[in-house]
Design a protein around this ligand. Structure first.
Ligand SMILES: Nc1ncnc2c1ncn2[C@@H]1O[C@H](COP(=O)(O)OP(=O)(O)OP(=O)(O)O)[C@@H](O)[C@H]1O
Length: 584
């Protein structure tokens, strides 16, 4: 196949959209109505996917915003408000509604979120039925504004094009990366400095705005709405099924789903009227069973050389020639005061006191080894510092700032970076994108997304991942994922780095090279480090002091040599007999 034909195939979806512009010129009025319905479904499916596919929240109640937009438009147009103000209200009301609903809804995750949003649809249908003064109840509203099919078609086409433009923008923007980070791991996203609730609210409201406008156009197109037409559960899930069918999270997934399922739905309605819903449902079940990621991700599409790029999510991989672009953020001077101060910190889980009155000070440039038997509270202490947990007593402050009322992203912005015992990179982002997220959302000198992606190369090279910048984090080995987490944490430019059990699962050579990396990081950035580790020989190479926890309490602290010979520590690790043996 020639390069030109290949280029056409690459731009096929845009050509399909462009072809839709000619339907009113060339097609029958039936074709215009049918394409209008498909475009309206495209706006709904595409806007649903910003929260569903990009952010990982299954919002089954997206249609509630469609209905709210339809009613806002119908009510204001019937009140003689005029086309533009009525359309503006149809955008504004669902958007404001989404912002209000976001507070209770985003307290939920996974299936709970999905079911809570599903409940919105019957709830809004009931409201529309009962707020008779506003909605005229079951009688519905007949629109007085005359139908202008040319304008309607132009508006829905523009809205469809803009909704795809928004999806493209999300793939190339800082905001889009925040959503992808949230989809992967909310806690890790916060650790990179992302404020997750406003990001989720913004994408929820944006989707509601588009759904509301689609509802307004549909109301105008139909000339009449009643509660069931715009809030009916039988139609509400259609656009979601379309996005899932085509390939949720992929740029062209919703469009493909809309074309195939929309056409099929239309065919079944006209040819199989009694069984059409059952046949449609069966087909969706079969697709879910045999192509769980949607059609575009199915093996036969992903293996076709010409179509395979449609089955992959967009990843940015700017190439850098010659010398790697260095981070423009200046290295901060090391402060004179204590970096971290824990005064009598207590954390309980029911009757289990996991951290018991721990008092500890970390001075600028200190490297501290935090050790203790399994379950002694080391990770819980880290989680208290990074505000995964709220203290039950005592106080932890960083550079004099009490962390008690800080969110996780604020803790990250103050200058605390961390890694996790089981690495938590953003699995479906590449090495480069993982690091770039930290560069985009750090407090100190945050970078624009394009620059962040270029500078990320130098952090990847620093930890030895220079040859794996395009590899998805989920495809990296355990050691590489740990290195990636270190690079991501360093890119945030922390002043204190919490490193949680890096050595487990690594070979001695890998551990030794990790120690060298930590030393370089300490010397380059003037970092303070607390390293939770069981392997004393590794700690001995770098730490200034070892702090021992046992059953949540601080048992001892001192040099590595003092600690390994301390009978209390030996007893904590090996029991009384071990201590006796060591004493002999
Ligand atoms: N979320 C939680 N809910 C209930 N108990 C918890 C929770 N997290 C930790 N614990 C308990 O707190 C205690 C300390 O656990 P923690 O993971 O902090 O120990 P650790 O010293 O890091 O252990 P390891 O070396 O095995 O990682 C343990 O008894 C653990 O079971």
């Amino acid at each position: 196949m020639s390069a030109t034909s290949r280029r056409y195939i690459n731009h096929l979806p845009w050509l399909i959209l462009a072809a839709a512009a000619f339907v009113p010129v060339l097609g029958s009025s039936y074709a215009v109505s049918f394409t209008f319905t498909l475009l309206s479904a495209l706006v709904l499916a595409q806007s649903w996917d910003w929260l569903g596919g990009k952010t990982g929240y299954t919002n089954l109640g997206h249609f509630a915003f469609f209905g709210t937009g339809a009613y806002s438009f119908a009510i204001s147009a019937s009140a003689g408000l005029g086309l533009i103000p009525s359309l503006a209200l149809a955008a504004l009301v669902p958007m404001l509604l989404a912002l209000v609903l976001a507070f209770p809804l985003f307290r939920l995750r996974g299936n709970y979120f999905a079911f809570a949003t599903l409940a919105l649809i019957p709830l809004f249908e009931l409201l529309a039925l009962n707020l008779v003064g506003l909605t005229q109840g079951a009688n519905g509203i007949a629109l007085t504004i005359p139908r202008d099919m040319g304008m309607l078609y132009g508006l829905v086409l523009a809205l469809g094009g803009i909704s795809i433009g928004v999806s493209v923008w999300l793939d190339h923007s800082r905001f889009g990366y925040a959503l992808k980070a949230i989809r992967n791991d909310e806690q890790a996203a916060e650790t990179c400095g992302i404020r997750i609730l406003p990001a989720k609210m913004a994408v929820f409201a944006l989707g509601a705005l588009f759904a509301g406008l689609a509802g307004a156009l549909q109301a105008w197109f139909l000339g009449y709405i009643d509660p069931h037409t715009v809030f009916g559960l039988d139609v509400a899930l259609g656009p979601i099924a379309m996005a899932l069918f085509g390939g949720s999270g992929l740029l062209w997934g919703p469009l493909l789903g809309v074309i195939i399922l929309g056409t099929l739905h239309n065919y079944l309605i006209t040819n199989l009227s009694v069984l059409q819903t059952a046949a449609y449902g069966l087909l969706i079940l079969l697709i879910g069973r045999y192509m769980p990621g949607g059609m575009l991700r199915s093996i036969w599409v992903s293996r076709l050389p010409l179509l395979s790029h449609y089955s992959r999510e967009h990843h940015e991989q700017p190439q850098v020639a010659g010398q790697l672009p260095q981070d423009p953020a200046p290295i901060e001077t090391v402060p004179a005061t204590a970096v971290l101060s824990s005064q009598g910190a207590i954390k309980r889980f029911g009757g289990n006191t996991a951290v018991n009155s721990v008092t500890l000070e970390v001075q600028p440039g200190d490297v501290i080894g935090l050790v203790g038997p399994n379950g002694s509270g080391k990770t819980t202490f880290f989680n208290c510092v990074s505000r995964v947990y709220t203290l039950d007593g005592g106080r932890i402050s960083f550079a004099g700032v009490d962390l008690a009322d800080k969110r996780r992203d604020q803790v990250a912005h103050l200058g605390i970076g961390r890694t996790y015992q089981i690495p938590r990179p953003f699995s479906d982002l590449s090495t480069l994108e993982n690091i770039a997220v930290a560069l985009m959302f750090r407090a100190h000198h945050p970078l624009h997304h394009a620059q962040a992606l270029r500078v990320a190369h130098s952090y990847a090279a620093q930890v030895g991942l220079g040859g794996k910048t395009a590899t998805l984090a989920q495809d990296l080995s355990l050691q590489d994922r740990k290195l990636l987490e270190l690079a991501r944490a360093l890119a945030s430019r922390p002043r204190l780095l919490l490193v949680d059990e890096v050595a487990s699962g690594l070979t001695p050579a890998e551990i030794a090279s990790f120690v060298e990396l930590l030393k370089t990081a300490r010397d380059t950035y003037g970092l303070s480090i607390i390293w939770v580790e069981h392997i004393f020989w590794a700690l001995a190479k770098i730490v200034d002091r070892v702090v021992v926890l046992e059953q949540g309490s601080l048992l001892a602290q001192g040099s590595v040599n003092d600690i390994v010979h301390d009978p209390k520590v030996i007893e904590a690790y090996f029991g009384a007999k071990g201590a006796e043996k060591e004493g002999k």
